[in-house]
Design a protein around this ligand. Structure first.
Ligand SMILES: C[S@@+](CC[C@H](N)C(=O)[O-])C[C@H]1O[C@@H](n2cnc3c(N)ncnc32)[C@H](O)[C@@H]1O
Length: 285
């Protein structure tokens, strides 16, 4: 019987993934094998000749089949790095994206001193937890619609030692803030669902088939949730507080119009992501 070495498995799987039109075949093969063998990609490179035996092979085969059916690597490994922090993810939550790192970095750059913020639609907790992690004197509330989603965020908060400074509340957008004795914040941050239902067919199969619809779609123009957040946020902001939103690649003009036509906003700023797309809007009251 053939003995499979690390290098054989990587090369065979990369070719298999290529035939299944996986966008990053070799990288995915390495990440999945590394996950099974509990080795980093560098360690795999240092152990190319190492044989992989029966149990490892059968676990790897299962993951290969799921990846070929376009299950994202992060859901198979329950892991995604966000701003150098390790986040647990499962299919109840969106896999955090690099664009959202720009949102977090913007808040960290613009806010000096103490701060109380709310993260609307927290998902894995990527925004709330990375802000709390980098600013140990900040406090936050994080909301989302489902208990399974909030369980993921709570698990991540505990892993990054900030559970004591984060309050997780379940409900629709700002509704759960009604439970609080002080429902006003210095910052409201949100990466809301913003994909239009018409765009569904254009999404990659990884996203369309496996990421939660509630995290992606927001009506026929993708703005149904953003519209509600822009309209209601001023009621929950302290004087000189700020709303920061991640938006879709083509939504900047429409969101700027929403902000300009709301009497409570005094100024706003548009920030580009790493690809040069207008991705983040910061609006002050
Ligand atoms: C694009 S995901 C962002 C998740 C996470 N904040 C991130 O940046 O990775 C949007 C999140 O908003 C949540 N969501 C959708 N509709 C909502 C609503 N009406 N009220 C509260 N949260 C909502 C979804 O469950 C999902 O977790």
């Amino acid at each position: 019987m053939k003995t499979w070495r690390v290098i054989d498995l990587i090369e065979w799987t990369a070719k298999y993934f290529e035939r299944h039109e996986i966008p990053t075949p070799r990288l995915d093969a390495e990440l999945l094998l590394g996950y099974i063998l509990q080795k980093s990609r560098l360690q795999l490179y240092l152990h190319f000749e190492m044989p992989v035996f029966h149990e490892g092979l059968s676990q790897f085969r299962t993951l290969i089949k799921k990846r070929a059916a376009r299950m994202p690597v992060s859901y198979l490994t329950n892991h995604k790095e966000f701003l150098s922090l390790d986040f647990y993810v499962n299919q109840h939550v969106l896999i955090p994206r690099p664009e959202t790192e720009v949102l977090v970095e913007t808040v960290l750059q613009q806010q000096q001193g103490q701060c109380r913020f709310v993260d609307i639609g927290t998902g894995s907790g990527a925004i709330a937890i990375s802000l709390a992690y980098h600013r140990p004197d900040w406090e936050a509330v994080a909301t989302d619609v489902g208990t399974e989603i909030l369980e993921v965020a709570q698990k991540n908060a505990a892993a990054h030692n900030c559970a004591d400074r984060l309050t997780f509340l379940q409900g629709d957008l700002f509704d759960p803030l009604g439970e609080l004795s002080n429902p006003r914040f210095d910052w409201i941050a949100s990466n809301p669902p913003y994909v239009s239902t018409e765009e569904a067919a254009t999404l990659s199969p990884d996203v369309r088939k496996h990421e939660p619809e509630i995290a992606l779609f927001a009506g026929s123009d993708g703005l149904s949730i953003i519209r509600r957040i822009v309209a209601d946020a001023p009621k929950f902001l302290n004087l000189h507080g700020k709303l920061i939103l991640e938006i879709g690649y083509n939504q900047s003009p429409a969101v700027q119009d929403l902000i300009k036509s709301h009497p409570s906003y005094t100024d706003y700023q548009v920030i580009k992501d790493y690809s040069g797309i207008e991705r983040i809007i910061v609006a002050g009251v």
